[in-house]
Design a protein around this ligand. Sequence first.
Ligand SMILES: NC(=O)c1ccc[n+]([C@@H]2O[C@H](COP(=O)([O-])OP(=O)(O)OC[C@H]3O[C@@H](n4cnc5c(N)ncnc54)[C@H](OP(=O)(O)O)[C@@H]3O)[C@@H](O)[C@H]2O)c1
Length: 263
Amino acid sequence: MPDRRPWDPTGKVAVVTGASSGIGEATARRLARLGMTVVAAARREDRLATLAAAQPGIVAHVADVTSTADVDGLAARVRAEFGACHALINNAGVPGRDLEGRDDLDEALRTIEINLNGTIRCMAAFADLLEASTPSRVLNVASVAGKLGVGREPYAASKFGLVGLSEAAGFSWAHRGITVSQVNPGFVETEGFPQTHVKRTPARRVIGTPEDVARAIHRTLLDGAAERTVPAWYRAIVVTRHVAAPLFRRGASGFERARRTGP
Ligand SMILES: NC(=O)c1ccc[n+]([C@@H]2O[C@H](COP(=O)([O-])OP(=O)(O)OC[C@H]3O[C@@H](n4cnc5c(N)ncnc54)[C@H](OP(=O)(O)O)[C@@H]3O)[C@@H](O)[C@H]2O)c1
């Protein structure tokens, strides 16, 4: 069972991947303001340096989650400099593109490589340090697209994988004192996810901000919930998918039509 005892972030060490923009950046800032030491990882060094300069408590580290050597290097640095990792936030991710044919294969595999395999790499690299830092947390930023097969196919596949990974590890890592959770955002406007197609649909009214998700990540760190959906009411659609599949398919088909029309 997940560890639901209160968890005080003050003075603890967090690693946030994909911290150079969007949800990861907002999360790094929020956790640092709580008094955590935050190791902010991503590929864009300039963005990380600006973030670290603006917010005390943030340390920049350049790493590509598709590189095992980079991820191992990140874990080695955290162990050497801080001696602990109390929270690993696996957030790095890309939207990829539609899978329509052979020309899209490389991009589809790259999407899986970053979104799913990147998280597996980080969990593997940090497992021992997390176990030595208990009670510790792993928070995987999946997506509502990991619960509902809508939108870009490789993206949904990567996030379904991440949901399965998080759920299974949530049970199996609990006995090591590591709570594994998934945070599943809906539409959030960020650099990588500008929500261009959503803005053409009535769903534009529910587009959230990176800070909304950072707040949910903060809450999940504190309460160790196995799963959190942002905003919470999206869970109703997830339930509909399972108990009233034809109704869900009608709605999803309408969304797909809207996604493919317009400029
Ligand atoms: N925005 C949404 O609507 C939404 C909804 C549900 C879930 N999510 C998930 O939220 C997470 C964050 O996305 P976001 O919306 O905040 O987008 P974003 O602003 O584009 O941020 C993506 C982050 O991932 C990093 N990244 C990409 N490839 C990487 C790699 N190979 N190695 C290391 N870092 C890498 C990027 O940094 P560098 O380019 O500097 O490496 C960037 O910091 C993603 O996992 C995404 O799937 C987003």
